[in-house]
Design a protein around this ligand. Structure first.
Ligand code: PHE
Length: 346
């Protein structure tokens, strides 16, 4: 052992004093204070170590070692006392019976994906596996894209099929009434051939009831290429149905009028839930799946595509409707109602 200098109390003394005070500390605050006093910046140990370089050379090593030993012993004692205090605290609480440690814990509340999100993701996966790009478009849309570019001029009666929320007096901005405006935006951006889907929100000024909502979701599909025919359209939608319902469903086309497709169809599929008629198919064994058709030459032209060379098909899947079918939801207003009692079921 080296000789203590005047300024430094002997290490064993410091150790005994420190250990005694740690052992009798009553609170973690007291422990923190001791930790600062001994181990902290400018504390006892730091002072000891700072003095080492000014010691005679032959004492330095021992002094340094001594200070470091003191440091680790005190640190150990502090940690041990802290555990002790925590245990005491816990047993005091248990003894006080202020709570029942045998009660089962409250399960954590976990969230889940909205049913619309789940269905959207599933359809996106199916179509991307068939080489489709996923596109987006503005919800506040120019009337030009929502109507004119889709072969629906201002005086056209088909505009009345869409109860439009107009956004300005000039009549140049609307809340898009369908996802079809992205057809022309896609043509402007992508050079044919291309395939794209456009999932998104659409808006119509409607009186709401169990099957009508002012805000709902659609997924547009658009394919443009050389030699694209109705056969490709039917094949694509049958493949899509097989993926969703995990089996082949018979389909049929009925004529349907939409100014932006020619010919235009309504595609029906055999009801996936029954063979003899049920409430979903309204006893008909057919469900209306989606409007579709061959892209009208005027629409291709509006998108800067030569209709003499390229043809295409488009379809409009009702995401809200498909979600309702998938989960047997009987009222469309549940979807965006935000009621947790509904949402927590998914
Ligand atoms: N956009 C049409 C609607 O919402 C649906 C549709 C899409 C029809 C694509 C044909 C082709 O009413």
């Amino acid at each position: 052992m080296h000789e203590p200098t005047q300024a430094q109390p002997a290490l064993p003394e410091l150790l005994n004093d420190g250990l005694a005070r740690v052992a009798t500390a009553r609170t973690t605050d007291e422990l923190r204070a001791l930790e600062r006093e001994f181990l902290g910046k400018g504390g006892v140990i730091a002072t000891l170590l700072a003095a080492v370089p000014s010691l005679p050379a032959e004492q330095r090593r021992a002094a340094g070692q001594g200070a470091n030993e003191l440091k680790s012993k005190l640190a150990e004692a502090l940690a041990a006392r802290e555990r002790e205090l925590q245990e005491q605290h816990l047993s005091a609480e248990l003894a006080g019976a202020s709570f029942d440690p045998t009660l089962p814990a409250t399960p954590p509340r976990t969230g889940s994906l909205h049913p619309l999100t789940q269905v959207t993701r599933e359809l996106e996966a199916i179509f991307t596996s068939m080489g489709y790009a996923i596109l987006d478009g503005p919800e506040v849309e120019r009337a030009y894209y929502n109507f004119e570019a889709l072969n629906i001029p201002a005086d056209h009666p088909a505009r009345e099929m869409h109860d439009t929320f107009w956004c300005d007096r000039a009549g140049s901005l609307v809340l898009r009434t369908h996802t079809s405006p992205v057809q022309v935006r896609a043509m402007e951006r992508l050079k044919p051939p291309f395939r794209a889907i456009v999932p998104g929100k659409v808006f119509r000024q409607e009186t709401t009831d169990a099957s009508h909502e002012h805000t709902f979701h659609q997924m547009e599909g658009l394919v443009v290429g050389e030699g694209i025919t109705v056969g490709h359209l039917i094949g694509t939608l049958k493949t899509f149905l097989r993926e969703v319902f995990r089996r082949d469903l018979e389909v049929r086309l009925r004529p349907g009028y939409f100014p932006f497709v020619e010919p235009g169809f309504e595609l029906d599929a055999r009801c996936p839930f029954c063979t003899k008629g049920c409430s979903v198919c309204k006893q008909s064994t057919w469900i209306e799946l989606c409007p579709c058709g061959m892209v009208h030459p005027n629409v291709l032209r509006a998108g800067g595509i030569d209709p003499e060379r390229w043809t295409g098909f488009a379809f409009g899947l009702g995401l809200s409707r498909l979600t309702m079918l998938r989960y047997r939801i009987d009222d469309v207003r549940h979807l965006l109602g935000g009621d947790l009692r509904f949402l927590e079921q998914f």
